[in-house]
Design a protein around this ligand. Sequence first.
Ligand code: ATP
Ligand code: MG
Length: 406
Amino acid sequence: MRSSCAKGGEMPVIELNFQANTVLCLLEEAGFPAYLVGGCVRDALLGEAPQDWDIATGATPEQVTQACKTYRVIGTGLRHGTVTVLVGHCPVEVTTFRLDGVYADHRRPQSVAFTKDLTADLARRDFTVNAMAYAPQTGIIDPFGGAADLAAGLLRCVGEPALRFSEDALRILRCLRFAGTLGFAIEATTAAKVWELHESLRYVSVERIAAEWRKLLCGRAAKKILLEYREVFFFLMPQLRAAYTPERWENACAALARLEAQPVLRMAALLQGLENSDAKALLNDLRQSKKEITHVLQLLDHARRFSSGDAHGTRAQLARMLGEIGLERSREVLALRGAPSSLFAQLLACAGQGVCTSLAQLAVDGDDLTRLGLCGPAVGATLRRLLEEVLEGVTPNEKEALLERV
Ligand code: ATP
Ligand code: MG
């Protein structure tokens, strides 16, 4: 899974995982050319563990199925020449070398044709760093200068950027996503065409936009890209344009960069300037799950309510928040607020000392109040009032003191 980039011009060696190696060997034994391609070659050369292993081959899907018949083979994208070979539980995608036909809708080719030519297959790929192939016998095959761009930290379209972006508008957002995750610069012509053509992102489905957006937000250079290409994101998400002045956008992006790389947290950071109803609409538009939308809105709500003031008030707020949303979410709220480590320590202390944060922890319960003669809704109302007093530190959480108050 690692690459050892040999010194002195030696060929880099990519250590394949067992599953990818198995499929490559089976195809080669059956007499077909087969290479690792795309993201796994890029990531391995960067010294990072590839997320998935893609293989390109001269074999047709039927020939791949036959060659790998000792394993389960699923026809995941037969129309585009893709099958998935399951070696153990690890899926390896195998796609026949392919030429894309004419693009009519700014998104997908109307037809694809299989080819025996690896270079033609690499030429249809989006960026030079994604257009390299590797096989142990041949080493890296790199007709478009991907390795040099990788070393220089540069994203460059394969071929003419204007053409490649008009063929498939999703590439515009992939470009920003890779720049954000890899921390790469965008080559000048490619960048110019991102600007010029970004409105054609309207042809891309929200699901694809959302998938790229989530990856970008978690990137190491997300802040830089969000700032530089603000207009592209404002175009995609009009709620952002309505809510942010350039300065406030900068603050939101800076807050995002301080957080751990977790989509929900980072989305919350970026939506801090929006009314909850607008944040909800934006996340709904992007078809995010109900669970995550609720999570984001909860964080926004509590972050807004939380303000650290005097020590006493702060402790009460921490206790209240703990009672309402638990320790993990409370930590997220503090992170979102950019709270100092002393507040995290206080929160942990509150949780660890078993400080009363909820009705369940109150030293009196409904039965105690009923015995004192209270009944109906007055019982619940009184318990909540007592909890408030305990949270505020006005009354200690002791049975006698609480009954005295009642
Ligand atoms: P990730 O780390 O997100 O998986 P990746 O580069 O592997 O990044 P995939 O979406 O898995 O991205 O695609 C695999 C490969 O297919 C890419 O590396 C690229 O060569 C090619 N590819 C994917 N999408 C496009 C596209 N829209 N246009 C051209 N080539 C593409
Ligand atoms: Mg991939």
